[in-house]
Design a protein around this ligand. Structure first.
Ligand code: ADP
Ligand code: ZN
Length: 606
């Protein structure tokens, strides 16, 4: 297309040039002599003019030349007769001038032609749309960005080694799709990056594109929500068409949750546009042939609200956790960003990392920047520890306000809470071994966690095991109550899980003597049906309902008492463990077990 319209412009220029030449040739070939009007009058007087042709302002004719060489063509411009008479009377030579309108005429048609050609050229450029870089596909807000040569590599994303590990295979596939398709291996199709904001999900997706050298299309889920009906779906279709043309490539959808929330059941009206867009996305995901090498990546910090349809096999069936970095990870991220600023050679990066618990990659990038600005303000050549200390203080204050960072007091509460869980779990028989305890905020809701890994798959649970599990869940709250008296909201998830188990014991497993071996869980609804509680759906009496409630209550409070007494007996280990956890952020379950055993061996009263 490009070639074609360039030629057309040349045609126009060539045409103009030809007209000019022809115009010149004609006039010079005719070799008409131009004479002044006074000379013309003179010749008429002398009788030398033999014939004339008169137009509105010119006179052409033939005249006899002096030496009898025959007749000659001449031309003159007419002058107002009154003036010419007057001038002739005074014997002045005079001539008329024709205003040349040639260039004016030429311009009057050249300008529209150029305008027309210009507009045409501009429209073709826009339609072509194949140019790399930014492009806007239509009039609405959802912009598709395409980048051909990203220079982001895995080295730029630090402290998320486990997530990187999982993406290496994708890079491998994008580099050599044939290798995989030949063997017929399972090709990744949709990868969901899950983690809190600022942990580097976008960066990771870009790094995958950068490492494999393929184009990167990105679009944000939240932009779809404000769109006119039908536009979102069209945009999704566009996106896949574009991507397929450029395969192998990566499509990245940021904020997938804005677009991919669970679809409503028509009870609340729902957001039709969003649902249409989501449906279109599902259709496209199912429709494309994975062999062509289009990989869909998406980021979310709220995977729990996503429509389950998105997570089915063949869609976003692979999830990669991009979690908050631990101390070592933070140091690595700081080192990446420190490369860009002049800093003191002996700056203790690990010490800076220790000052920044809970911060994510984006916060750390910001921190380095802030420290550099402080150094500039202090007229220093390099950034040092003093700047970092001050920058941390400023940043922490800001982040605490935004509730993203846990202050010292809260960290202490969380440490006791987690050690509480762990100690109860370690003290009761038949609970899953404690692997790891951490106060690095993990995932979305938990501020810390105690990781218990079952040693085997379980299909049956004994009553005591369920009770011990409840006690373990209540251990966090019990520790808070024991140490601080004032309890926190941090246990709400524990309480809900403990209550669920207790309720199931009473209603489903027949484990309550008072209620008996009866199954009362019939009204349980499908987990995705968000239908409001319906009256009369229960298949038991009000009295039974009250009995169930009181039994659940009974189980919970008895297990809480168990947890509390374990912690009271091991208070010294609780305190030592919490102190260690505060210092290290993460400790192994075995370490706590040793502390517990050491105490028992010391023969302290138990
Ligand atoms: P997300 O997509 O998870 O919200 P981004 O990838 O947009 O986070 O990260 C925002 C910025 O924070 C990046 O441009 C980068 O400067 C910094 N950053 C975040 N995570 C990391 C990391 N793991 N390593 C280095 N820099 C990071
Ligand atoms: Zn807890």
């Amino acid at each position: 297309m490009e070639k074609h319209h360039k030629f057309s412009i040349w045609y126009v220029l060539l045409g103009i040039w030809v007209v000019l030449i022809v115009h010149n040739i004609i006039f010079s070939a005719m070799s008409i002599e131009t004479i002044s009007y006074s000379e013309f009058l003179e010749k008429v007087e002398k009788g030398e003019v033999t014939e004339v042709a008169i137009t509105s302002n010119q006179i052409q004719g033939r005249m006899i030349t002096g030496e009898g060489e025959g007749k000659k063509l001449f031309r003159t411009v007419r002058v107002d007769p009154d003036i010419s008479e007057f001038l002739s009377g005074k014997g002045i030579e005079f001539k008329g001038e024709v205003e040349s309108t040639f260039f004016r005429d030429l311009l009057s048609w050249l300008i529209p032609v150029f305008l027309f050609v210009g507009i045409w050229y501009f429209m073709i450029r826009r339609m072509a749309g194949q140019q790399p870089g930014f492009m806007s596909l239509g009039k609405n807000k959802a912009k598709i960005y395409m980048n051909d040569d990203l220079d982001v590599t895995f080295d730029d994303v630090a402290g998320v080694d486990e997530s990187k590990q999982e993406l290496v295979e994708v890079v491998d596939f994008l580099k050599e799709p044939q290798k995989y398709t030949r063997i017929g291996g399972m090709i990744p199709r949709g990868i969901l990056l899950v983690g809190p904001p600022g942990t580097g999900k976008t960066m990771l997706a870009k790094a995958v594109a950068g490492e494999s050298g393929v184009p990167f299309f990105s679009i944000s889920g939240s932009e779809f929500v404000e769109m006119f009906v039908g536009m979102g779906a069209a945009r999704v279709r566009d996106l896949f068409v574009q991507a397929k043309e450029r395969a192998p490539c990566i499509i990245f959808i940021d904020e997938l949750d804005a677009l991919g929330k669970v679809r409503g059941l028509g009870l609340t009206g729902g957001h039709d546009e969003r649902e249409q867009t989501l449906n279109q996305l599902l259709v496209e995901m199912d429709g494309f042939d994975p062999q062509i090498g289009v990989i869909l990546m998406a980021a979310t910090n709220r995977p729990e609200i996503l429509d389950p349809a998105l997570l089915r096999p063949g869609r976003f069936d692979r999830q990669v956790l991009v979690d908050r970095p631990d101390k070592i990870g933070r140091a690595a991220i700081l080192r990446v960003h420190l490369k860009k600023v002049h800093h003191e050679q002996d700056l203790d990066v690990d010490a800076v990392a220790a000052m920044t618990p809970g911060m994510v990659g984006a916060d750390l990038a910001n921190l380095v920047n802030e420290a550099a600005l402080l150094a500039v303000r202090r007229n220093k050549e390099t950034v040092g520890m003093a700047e970092f200390e001050e920058a941390v203080e400023r940043l922490v204050a800001g982040l605490e306000k935004k509730n993203r960072l846990i202050n010292a007091k809260e960290r202490e509460t969380i440490a006791y809470h987690e050690i509480g869980h762990a100690l109860v779990a370690l003290s009761l028989p038949g609970t899953d071994p404690v692997k790891k305890i951490t106060i690095i905020p993990r995932g979305i809701a938990a501020l810390g966690y105690t990781m218990q890994v079952p040693t085997e798959d379980r299909f049956l649970m004994k009553k005591t095991e369920l009770l011990n599990r409840i006690a373990t869940l209540l251990g966090g709250r019990a520790a808070e109550a024991l140490i601080f008296v004032d309890i926190s909201t941090g246990a709400h998830n524990d309480l809900s899980r403990a209550t669920d188990i207790a309720r199931s014991m009473v209603k489903e497993y027949g484990m309550s003597e008072k209620v008996g071996q009866v199954y009362f869980a019939r009204e349980k609804r499908s987990q995705y049906l968000a239908v409001p509680e319906m009256q009369g759906a229960m298949d038991y009496s009000q009295t039974t309902a009250e009995l169930i409630d009181s039994e659940v209550h009974e189980i919970i409070s008895r297990q809480y008492a168990v947890a509390l007494s374990i912690l009271e007996q091991n208070r010294s280990v609780l305190e030592k463990g919490a102190a260690l956890l505060l210092k290290k952020e993460t400790i192994e379950g075995d370490r706590l077990k040793q502390m517990l055993e050491a105490k028992t061996a010391d023969g302290e009263p138990s």
